[in-house]
Write a protein that binds this ligand. Structure first.
Ligand code: ATP
Length: 271
C-alpha cells in the first residue's frame, strides 16, 4: 500500500458533477462514491457519457460544475505527477507509441515513481518482465509496439498499468479489442490486483460476473447504482437499452457463492 493507505475517505467521491461542452449537456448532476477495493462497472448505451465521466476522473476533462475528490482531497489539489502515481488508465483508443518496443511501453509504468535522475533498476525490470508474462506477451517483448494487433496492444497497456501499481485503476472499455479468452483473462487479472477499479463495459454478463457494484448512465444521468443482481433486471434493460431479455440468477463464476444475474437477449429490438 502507499501513502494514501491509512486514509479512510472513499477512494472517489463525485458530487453534483456536470459536464457541458459547447452548450451540450454531457453529464448532469452525477453523484456516487467508490469505497476502497471495490470493482465498479460503468454501463450505459452508446453516447450515454461513460467515457466523458471517466475523462473527468483521470483529469482529461474539467467538469463545468461539481466536485470530485480522491481520498478526500479535490482532484485539482493533486500535482499531476502525484495523481499519476496513484491512478492508472487503460483506454479503448490506443495511442501511437512511436518506435518503442513492447518492453519499453510496459516500462513506462514505472515512470511516475521515478525522480528526474533515477533510472529503471533490476527490480523494476523483473516487475516489467513479470507483467508482460502475466498478459501473455513474453514472446513479443522486444517487438515494436506498433506491430502488435489491437488486442495485443491493449494487453501491453494493461501490463503497463500492472507495473504502475496504482491505487485506483480506470479502464474505458478495456475489452473492446480482445477475443473472448483475453476478455475474461484480462478482467480476471484486473480483479486479482485487489485494487479499486472503475471500468466501463458493453458486455453486461461480463460486468455482472466481475463487478461488486454497477453504475448505469443514460443520456448523461446516473439512473441506477447498486449490486449487479439488483440493477441488471429485464425492466432496466428494456428502459435503458430498449432490448427484451430474460435475466436469471446464477452463482458468480469467481466465488461460486454470490448470486449474479445472467442475461439472455431476445434478438429483436425496439426502434
Ligand atoms: N468533445 C465533445 N464535443 C461535443 N460533444 C461531445 C464531445 N465528447 C463527447 N461528446 C458527446 O457526449 C455524449 C457522450 O459521449 P461519450 O463518449 O462520453 O459516451 P459513451 O457512453 O462513452 O459512448 P460509447 O459507448 O459509444 O463509447 C455523446 O453524445 C457525444 O457525442
Amino acid at each position: 500500500m502507499n501513502d494514501l493507505g491509512s486514509n479512510c475517505s472513499p477512494v472517489i467521491e463525485v458530487c453534483h458533477l456536470n459536464l457541458k461542452i459547447a452548450e451540450h449537456h454531457i453529464l448532469n448532476n452525477i453523484n456516487f462514491t467508490i469505497q476502497p477495493g471495490r470493482f465498479v462497472g460503468l454501463i450505459g448505451p452508446n453516447g450515454a457519457g461513460k467515457s466523458s465521466l471517466l475523462r473527468c476522473l483521470y483529469r482529461y476533462a474539467a467538469p463545468s460544475a461539481g466536485r470530485i475528490t480522491f481520498f478526500g482531497k479535490s482532484l485539482s489539489d493533486y500535482p499531476r505527477q502525484e495523481y499519476a502515481k496513484h491512478v492508472a488508465v487503460v483506454l479503448q483508443e490506443i495511442p501511437d507509441q512511436f518506435n518503442l518496443t513492447v518492453f519499453d511501453v510496459v516500462a513506462m509504468g514505472v515512470l511516475p515513481h521515478k525522480t528526474l535522475f533515477s533510472s529503471v533498476n533490476q527490480q523494476d525490470k523483473t516487475q516489467i518482465i513479470n507483467a508482460i508474462d502475466k498478459v501473455g506477451l513474453n514472446d513479443k517483448s522486444q517487438q515494436p509496439f506498433s506491430h502488435l494487433s489491437g488486442g495485443e496492444k491493449q494487453r501491453a497497456l494493461i501490463a503497463r498499468a500492472i507495473v504502475q501499481q496504482p491505487t485506483f485503476l480506470i479502464m474505458d472499455e478495456p475489452t473492446s479489442h480482445l477475443d473472448v479468452k483475453y476478455q475474461i483473462q484480462i478482467m480476471a487479472l484486473a480483479k486479482s490486483l485487489n485494487i479499486t477499479v472503475l471500468a466501463s463495459f458493453h458486455d453486461l454478463n461480463l460486468a455482472a460476473a466481475l463487478c461488486d457494484e454497477i453504475l448505469v448512465l443514460q443520456q448523461g444521468s446516473l439512473v441506477a447504482q447498486g449490486a449487479p443482481i439488483d440493477i441488471l433486471t429485464a425492466q432496466l434493460l428494456a428502459d435503458v437499452y430498449g432490448v427484451h431479455a430474460v435475466v436469471n440468477s446464477v452463482p458468480c463464476p469467481y466465488d461460486g457463492i454470490t448470486q449474479v444475474p445472467h442475461i439472455r437477449y431476445h434478438y429483436g429490438y425496439q426502434l
